[in-house]
Design a protein around this ligand. Structure first.
Ligand SMILES: Nc1ncnc2c1ncn2[C@@H]1O[C@H](COP(=O)(O)OP(=O)(O)OP(=O)(O)O)[C@@H](O)[C@H]1O
Ligand code: SF4
Ligand SMILES: [Mg+2]
Length: 1018
């Protein structure tokens, strides 16, 4: 395969691939094969150098782009492609941080600062700090908050921390233009806010957030850089590990990321190759991106710059208009002028720029055109080669609405606002009802909304009788008591009425009563999970799959995402009440953040609806660029900075000295972004706009000589578009296609293989569709015990002198256990249950503390590839060193009673037998993983350590009541071979979409299964 790809390359591309001894910079235009060349270069390194795949690092800009590079690598070099380190700066930073015990400790309990917390934190700081009246005006105290958030982001990305910033401000004075007199006090006061923001977030000082502390996205990069430069062993390890580093889209590497990159480089040994295009630099402060290339040029002596000019993506016409656009940026704002030679052409190709009378017409055109294109194109996936590229995330919504209305499948670039999804609205009604239950009149609105929700399946005639009964009672109310639907359905129920289907109404009444009762005592996410269960919402959705094989995947995703969101909120604030939650939702809405969730996977077949930022590096046969309105979307209007950060601080190469200059640079930034959008297209490029009297089409279109032509959509087509609704019909694709899509991204591990063996349908619901469910007490206990043990061993491992004396006392274990329990917010009942068993844990702990183990790894995740294509990973509780020569013992902690497992392992040790114990499967899988590492370990033995005492005495299995069992097993090579067969079989079945339920109700498996109500009636 390598030869095939290599032979395809042109001369200059080959030069990039062949030149491995020197550092290489490739500065070239779009579609010239920069990204492509990185994969072939990787193959060449592996072929010609004695390095292993994990010695090569490729940094890309998004996870999606990293995924594409990896796929290409696997295609070219086979299974080795999985082991090349391909990722983003953030994923790299994450792995560096987890290696540092010091930083892991600093991060320790810290959780990620979420969007609303950030706003709350800024507001808190504005309310707390003295002498900041310039940025906290009396009448509008939060007027500057968005600007503050924006500036903090900019500074952190540039690697400028609060102390640096306040130092840099010392000599700042007004330049009379950009930095005016009024900005100086604002800058100094902002500096105070920035300082307090970092302090409050990092330490446990303030009450606004709880005492775990927070980190934000950019902290990871800064921390990882710190680790590489200050923790010698880790820095050395990484600089030794990555002999070859390649960076795609280098123009958008920010200062903080550049520092991280440079900290990874050993100037004598590392080979660096960066590829990019300054014309496609799409993050602000373009000077900085030119600065990146210059920094590299200055730092590395042995460096070659190569240029690629052949474009293999777009038609000559598309390249021609794109060139006209980018030539609008004068040469002194660029690194170089890049000529592009077209190499690709298509028989059917179009460039169209159209204007419409309304957005409705614009949408109607796009929808109609997509349907036309899809009809013309054969193949099983005509949609995925079409993209709609947008200026802002907000623009995604009208497009999605139009697609949902007309049944066009689509995929977005990650999260979208789910707050208007039907299922989320229904869940919000339930929460609103609970919050307003003390006010029955207000609650009535929500009772009605819920009563008419499809999943309660309330007969329309029953609903009518109920409503007319309440209305009659209201009219004839003589006792002056408040008659409400809410009271009738809760306190007065059952009513003296004859219903067609009284059971459904009874269920409704019970569900509402429980919701209100629970809302006073249970945490929000549990409340909602309970409501979903009681109301039958999930059963209703899944019943469509059970009966008709229709998977309402968007509904399921909307529910999961909403629960995820609530969980995130409760992680941030374990005491969160539903009133707090509703406040958070309102704050989000007023701030335009919405509730972010994922409704479609990026693997789905469908039109790509993307922001142009996230479309970087991609290509599509047809691209639509809608909303081409000047000073609104393309370009976006420049908003004057309220607290402008001086350029001297940001070290932009260009000295901006006038407002005119700033406007021009802003326009260049927007031009580059539009250029990225245009150059994604291979054959067809449509620009659309619906200007009103107040605005005009984008000047970019004029610059490209393609002024929009009026396009009249026949009235009946627009009308048809309005009427042609396929509302509530989410499965655009066949269920099998959806499942295939899910299956594509699955990777196996011992737990999900066991789940599949237990019940295929359970695997589908639980592991593939990830339908949310409540944690049981046993699971919570297990999670907290594992967490505490993990932390204890981490602390112990760091001690100089490993002995009984240095092993942490139980008090510490207990504290960690309790904090973890608090953070799971699992409610009083479960909490008490777990705390009740802590005495038993203490006995176990003290026994073990007598002779602490020689630990190699704690909570370690390792992966392998089975049969070169099955990704299989395992998370190890503990791996101990046994003797030397990489001999190890695997320890897996278990909670619950040991008897059942000890018995079934004693009775049956054949992994291929259907009754084989799942713990045994797990241990065999661990041996399989460890002995197949690039540098294999030898597993001497595997142990199951039961943390709770046995509940009975069973002589046959050598079990004494009250005894803490440790079951040590020797796993044979034959067992490992059989386990491998089993995994391959499970993998194949999953890919054949075998997800049938058990043939009949199984007492052990179905009794406690969350999906019992879906699978079995009664
Ligand atoms: N020598 C070649 N012959 C034929 N096709 C090629 C060649 N080199 C690259 N391609 C194809 O050209 C297209 C563009 O390549 P690639 O995405 O690597 O360009 P790029 O320079 O990274 O673009 P961008 O700047 O937009 O990220 C891809 O479809 C790639 O497979
Ligand atoms: S109820 Fe039974 S059949 Fe249904 S998913 Fe659960 S275990 Fe499988
Ligand atoms: Mg690229």
């Amino acid at each position: 395969m390598y030869c095939h790809y290599y032979n395809q390359l042109n001369k200059n591309q080959r030069a990039v691939v062949d030149n491995i001894r020197e550092h290489v910079i490739v500065l070239a235009g779009p579609g010239t094969g920069k990204t492509q060349v990185l994969s072939v270069r990787t193959a060449n390194i592996l072929k010609t150098h004695n390095v292993s795949p994990s010695n090569i690092l490729i940094l890309s800009f998004t996870n999606a782009a990293a995924g594409t590079i990896r796929e290409r690598l696997v295609e070219i070099i086979g299974a080795d492609g999985y082991f090349v380190e391909v990722g983003t700066y953030h994923s790299l930073a994450n792995s560096i941080i987890t290696e540092s015990e010091e930083v892991s400790e600093i991060f320790g309990e810290k959780i990620k600062l979420n969007d609303t917390e950030r706003i709350k934190l800024i507001r808190h700081i504005l309310d707390t700090l003295d002498n900041i009246s310039e940025i906290r005006p009396f009448r509008a105290p939060y007027h500057y908050e968005k600007e503050i958030v924006k500036n903090i982001n900019i500074l952190k990305r540039e690697g400028i921390m609060p102390d640096d910033f306040s130092r840099l401000l010392i000599n700042i004075s007004s330049d009379g233009r950009i930095i005016q007199e009024k900005h100086i006090p604002r800058l100094h006061q902002f500096s105070k806010v920035y300082k307090m923001y970092e302090e409050t977030k990092n330490t446990k000082k303030e009450q606004v957030l709880d005492d775990r502390g927070r980190y934000d996205f950019d902290d990871m990069i800064i921390m990882a850089t710190h680790v590489l430069n200050h923790e010698e062993a880790i820095g050395k390890k990484y600089r030794k590990k990555f002999s070859h580093i390649m960076v795609d889209e280098f123009q958008d590497t920010n200062k903080a990321q550049l520092k991280l990159l440079l900290s990874l480089i050993d100037h004598k040994k590392t080979n660096l190759c960066v590829v990019g295009d300054d014309d496609q630099s799409i993050y602000k402060f373009q000077g900085a991106s030119i600065g990146n290339f210059r920094t590299i040029k200055n730092k590395f002596k042995n460096l070659t710059q190569l240029i690629l000019t052949e474009n293999y993506r777009s038609t000559p016409e598309i390249l021609n208009i794109s060139r006209k656009l980018i030539d609008g940026i004068p040469f002194n704002n660029k690194m170089s002028t890049k000529s592009l030679v077209p190499h690709k052409d298509f028989k059917h190709k179009t460039i169209k720029s159209l204007r419409f009378n309304s957005i409705r017409e614009e949408m109607s055109f796009i929808v109609g055109k997509i349907k036309e294109l899809v009809k013309e194109k054969s193949g099983d996936d005509p949609y995925s080669d079409i993209a709609i590229l947008l200026r802002t995330r907000k623009d995604i919504l009208p497009i999605i609405d139009a697609f949902l209305q007309t049944g066009i499948p689509y995929v977005t670039d990650g999260k979208e606002d789910i707050s208007s999804h039907l299922r989320v609205r229904q869940l919000l009604s339930a929460l609103n009802l609970a919050v307003n239950s003390h006010n029955p009149e207000r609650a009535d609105r929500y009772v009605f909304e819920l009563l008419s929700s499809d999943y309660f399946e309330i007969d329309i005639s029953d609903m009518t009788s109920l409503l007319s009964y309440v209305s009659f009672k209201k009219r004839h109310n003589t006792e002056k008591q408040t008659i409400t639907l809410f009271n009738e359905i809760t306190s007065e129920f059952p009513l003296p009425l004859k219903f067609k289907n009284p059971l459904k109404l009874h269920r409704f009444s019970r569900t509402i009563q429980r919701l209100i009762k629970d809302s006073r005592v249970r945490p929000a996410h549990q409340l909602i999970l309970q409501y979903i269960k009681d109301s039958g919402m999930l059963d209703f959705i899944l019943a469509q799959y059970e009966k008709n094989q229709i998977l309402r995947v968007r509904d399921l995703r909307a529910i999961s995402s909403f629960i995820e969101y609530i969980k995130e909120q409760t992680t941030a604030n374990s005491m969160m009440t539903i009133t707090d939650l509703m406040e958070d939702i309102n704050l989000r809405q007023s701030y335009g953040i919405g509730i972010q969730g994922i409704l479609a996977s990026s693997h789905h077949k469908g039109v790509r609806v993307l922001t142009t930022h996230s479309a970087k590096g991609t290509e599509f046969h047809t691209v639509f660029v809608p909303f081409c309105i000047h000073d609104k979307k393309w370009p976006k209007k420049l908003i004057t900075a309220l607290i402008p950060i001086p350029q001297t601080i940001l070290q932009v190469s260009k000295n901006m000295c006038s407002e005119e200059e700033i406007k021009k640079l802003h326009l260049f930034d927007e031009t580059r972004l539009f250029y990225v959008a245009c150059t994604r297209a291979k054959a067809n490029l449509f620009f659309t706009a619906a200007p009103t009297q107040k605005n005009i089409p984008s000047m970019f279109l004029k610059n490209m000589d393609i002024e929009p032509q009026p396009c009249l959509i026949p009235e009946e087509n627009v009308l048809k578009f309005s009427i042609d609704t396929v509302k509530e019909r989410p499965p655009f694709l066949q269920t099998n296609e959806i499942l295939e899509d899910y299956v594509k991204s699955i990777s196996l591990n011992p737990t999900n293989v066991n789940d599949y063996i237990r019940c295929k349908r359970y695997f589908l619901y639980n592991n593939l569709l990830m339908i949310p469910s409540e944690l049981m007490e046993g699971q919570v206990f297990g999670i907290c015990a594992h967490k505490a043990l993990g932390e204890i061993y981490k602390i112990y491992k760091k001690k100089q002198n490993l002995s009984r004396q240095s092993f942490p006392e139980f008090d510490l274990f207990e504290n960690i256990f309790k904090t973890c329990l608090e953070n799971t917010s699992s409610g009083k009942r479960i909490e008490q249950g777990c705390l009740g068993k802590i005495g038993e844990l203490k006995t176990w702990y003290q026994n073990k503390a007598e002779s602490p183990a020689r630990v190699l790894f704690i909570e370690k995740k390792l992966k392998i590839l089975i049969n070169e294509n099955i990704p299989f990973s395992g998370r190890f509780d503990r791996i101990d060193i046994v003797g030397s020569n990489r001999n190890v013992c695997v320890i897996d902690y278990k909670t619950g009673d040991a008897y059942r497992h000890i018995k079934s392992i004693a009775d049956n040790n054949d992994p291929l037998n259907k009754d084989c114990d799942q713990y045994l499967h797990q241990l065999i899988a661990y041996k399989l993983i460890l002995e197949n590492q690039p540098e294999p370990y030898k597993v001497a033995s595997c142990k199951l350590e039961f943390l709770e005492p046995s509940k009975r005495t069973v002589k046959k299995y050598n079990i004494e009541e009250g005894e803490y069992k440790t079951l040590e097993l020797t796993i044979t090579d034959k067992m490992v071979e059989d386990m491998k067969k089993l995994i391959i079989d499970v993998w194949n079945r999953i890919h054949n979409l075998e997800f049938e339920k058990l043939v009949e109700y199984d007492k052990t498996k179905c009794e406690n299964c969350n999906f019992r109500g879906v699978c079995w009636e009664g």
